[in-house]
Design a protein around this ligand. Structure first.
Ligand SMILES: [Zn+2]
Ligand SMILES: [Zn+2]
Length: 335
């Protein structure tokens, strides 16, 4: 675990003078932020760029291009293969704010669980569960209009189906610009960035997935794979790097798309702050404003954005204008 030097120099509280670039003492503040990332995650040199935030504010942003440093061994498992498979051989599923082991027993009992007899994801003769087992199957089963042939499938995509590493460029405001009204977290651009280069994504479209009688389980870390974003988190499962904040408050686990830090749900004493706002944020000395992530079962890592968001981009050379919807990329609904 890394330790933030002195009080955490929030990327968001970075010295105001950063707008002039990496000059003199400011570079130390940027370096301290960069140091929170795992080795090998940041690709190329972070840059200060002009950006337009979601509310139209033109300001300066830090542009960081990252790739995941995880291997397939760090991910999964997701779908059980047989109704006899236990929780160690399966991931999790979320329902009404609670997490469930998506194990063989869960799959066996889906019709009862959802009160819908059309659930039949396994072969009653031998208990084998239907699982997508190729790139084509993953594509067909994970798209918003699920191919009818993949109804009643457990959907599991692998990073090995992807041709190359996914690079994502995050363009984050150096100085968060608070909004009059917090904005909903939507599928565009995600929620934020973990220090292993993995995106904290918007809530998974569970209802759309269930409508096709499919499951797309998350691993115990809260992550799964789609062919656009690669491996991404829909929950903070405590698997990504934590940076201890020296004031004994909750550990820092990432940066939200609006530039504020994200911290673990509970502080060093295991308790959740009692003064969180609707976005799950609050202000403390040292950390300033920051979000505490939610329970893994919530399917809502933070509640909303208090400040205008920047961008997550597929193309590092694209200019971030988050006020244009199409510029806030995210996986298509259904994934
Ligand atoms: Zn806090
Ligand atoms: Zn997803």
């Amino acid at each position: 675990m890394k330790i933030a030097n002195a009080l955490f120099v929030s990327p968001l509280l970075l010295a105001a003078s950063l707008t002039s670039g990496f000059a003199h003492e400011d570079s130390a503040a940027v370096d301290s932020m960069i140091a929170m990332f795992d080795d090998g995650v940041i690709v190329g040199d972070p840059k200060i760029v002009d950006c337009t935030l979601s509310g139209g504010t033109k300001t300066s942003c830090l542009s960081i291009t990252v790739k995941s440093n995880l291997t397939e061994n760090d991910m999964g498992p997701w779908c059980p293969r047989n109704i006899s498979d236990g929780p160690d051989e399966a991931g999790i599923w979320l329902h009404e704010g609670k997490r469930y082991d998506a194990d063989g027993e869960f799959v066996e009992n889906l019709a009862t669980f959802y009160g819908d007899p059309d659930w039949q994801m396994f072969d009653p003769a031998n208990g084998n569960i239907r699982v997508t087992d190729s790139k084509a199957a993953c594509e067909a089963a994970a798209r918003p209009d699920v191919d009818a042939a993949y109804n009643n499938y457990c959907v599991e995509c692998l990073t090995s189906y992807m041709d190359e590493d996914v690079l994502t460029t995050y363009v984050l405001p150096l100085h968060p610009v608070d909004q009059k009204t917090p904005s909903r977290v939507n599928g565009l651009g995600g929620i934020g960035l973990a220090f292993n280069g993995i995106k904290f994504d918007a809530p998974a479209p569970v209802d759309a997935i269930l409508a096709a009688h499919t499951l797309a389980p998350f691993d115990d870390c809260g992550g799964h794979v789609n062919l656009h974003a690669g491996y991404h988190y829909h929950a903070a499962g405590g698997c990504s790097p934590e940076v201890t904040s020296t004031n004994g408050h909750a550990a820092i686990i990432g940066i939200a798309l609006d530039g504020y830090p994200m911290t673990s749900r509970v502080d060093a004493n295991g308790s959740e702050p009692s003064d969180l706002d609707a976005c799950r944020g609050h202000f403390t000395d040292g950390l300033g404003y920051h979000y505490h992530v939610n329970e893994i079962g919530s399917n809502q890592t933070i509640g909303c954005f208090i400040a205008e968001t920047g961008c997550s981009l597929d193309d590092p050379d694209q200019i971030c204008d988050a006020s244009i919807i199409s510029n806030r990329r995210g996986p298509p609904p259904g994934e």
